[in-house]
Design a protein around this ligand. Sequence first.
Ligand SMILES: Cc1cc2nc3c(=O)[nH]c(=O)nc-3n(C[C@H](O)[C@H](O)[C@H](O)COP(=O)(O)OP(=O)(O)OC[C@H]3O[C@@H](n4cnc5c(N)ncnc54)[C@H](O)[C@@H]3O)c2cc1C
Length: 506
Amino acid sequence: MSQSSRLDIVIAGGGTAGWVAAATFARFLGKAASVTLVESEAIGTVGVGEATIPQIHNLIVGLGLDQADFVRRTNGTFKLGIEFTDWVRSGESYVHSFCQTGRGVGLIPFRQLWLRGCALGVAADFGDYSFNVTAARLGRMSKSAGSNTIPELAYAYHFDASLFARMLRDYAVERGVRRIEGMILDVERDPESGDITALALDAERRIGGTFFVDCTGFRSMLLGKTLEVPYLDWSRWLPCDSAVAVPCESSDAFRPYTQAMARPSGWQWRIPLQHRTGNGHVYCSRFMSDDQAAALLLANLDGAPLDDPRPVKFTSGRRETFWSHNCVALGLAAGFMEPLESTSIHLVQSALGRLLNVLPGDLQRSASARETFNRLSAVEWGPVRDFIVLHYFANGREGDPFWDECRRMEIPATLDEKVELFREAGLFMREEDELFLDDSWGQVMIGQGILPASWSPLADNVPGDDIGPFLESLANSYRVKASTLPTHREFVAAMVGQGSQARVGV
Ligand SMILES: Cc1cc2nc3c(=O)[nH]c(=O)nc-3n(C[C@H](O)[C@H](O)[C@H](O)COP(=O)(O)OP(=O)(O)OC[C@H]3O[C@@H](n4cnc5c(N)ncnc54)[C@H](O)[C@@H]3O)c2cc1C
């Protein structure tokens, strides 16, 4: 066995992506690599990205962070799912929750029993059979609600993005990551191989390395600008290209879920944190001006604004490849699929998981490692894109030109197949390692008004007269149990400790 050469990793950019990468390398590569991160306070970070999905636990557990400390230091709150309001009919909402809906009978999936219950006129709203949704609607949260018949609540977090990055920065620096404050002015390359050799900074500083991680956000200075990896533009399917964000004072409602409220040319998010509420309006600039979008957001806050609205421009899509030469892009430098399902931070984590397999030795020089990484990353991004497109395509907002256009768009063939299969018999077949599972697709398809024409014959194995009582007892047990749980406010206050109760208003 030959001795592998030393790995000098240089991370360009210190937003969420850069510091998640630095903390992960510090934790898992140890002395096998030296890690340097360059960031520029003058440029700053995108400053949004406050909602997550449950896979964030892998990061928190992997880094060995204490949950209460994490929630305390990031002003974090809990997220049981996303409530979508007005996407199908005005005044109606549904929740895409993180928990399995209902309980199958033997091998008969719950959704099929529910569909038969609908035909028999004995089924209530699909969300009534989700423990997460029931607890979310009642504003309850617990980590130990489960029993033989009740599932545990499945949750993620909301947090302050800048506090999260700072926490990871402290973590990484304590474990040996070198942080350099400076502006990257140029990227140097080896004239023969084309590999990146160094970042040229202001004040004539030069940061050399053997492996580079581009976390420079939308600028994509290394992978995009220097290595000229083209961008795949997905705006024909995800037409929103703008957002405006503003924090506001907390309201009395301290919801354990994200709100995503449809607006005439996009949608508005509301994310409750301990000390404030995060708000943003994502919209399509072909249908609404920036001033109109900001005004609409300010008119729909549930607390006084704490800052001026901040605009962000983007194009949904991704780099054709995520790894070129000796450089991998993570976060916004790799691509962005708009924030509707809070998937960006997860995509950073999962890319790091793939990268860690090949980084420590010399594998990072192998063309097959690079190609495999690129192929698996592309496989991961496709279904996530389709899942987000589904929300736009299957809208019911007739008469809003933006939404009319979305309903008429030609969707990706991969999504078309899923919609057709679901329409026929409520079926979903998971491909490869798709991020969103059967239940997520089912909740969103039904929530967006795609109701299957029929149910699987499997559901006919249960006598018709038994279905109504079965459904009712399930929903009732969830309701009764959820109403005994602490409120979200009580739960967070208990976790962050007595000294912090004032912050969450208990
Ligand atoms: C409107 C909106 C809402 C979002 N909501 C969510 C969400 O709810 N959940 C989620 O998971 N994700 C969300 N995201 C995505 C999320 O914000 C990003 O994935 C995450 O913040 C990571 O960003 P980043 O680190 O890639 O980029 P940035 O935060 O932009 O960081 C880039 C870094 O590079 C540095 N840099 C750039 N150029 C230079 C240079 N020349 N020299 C030195 N340093 C430089 C900057 O200073 C900064 O440190 C959202 C994104 C947007 C736009």
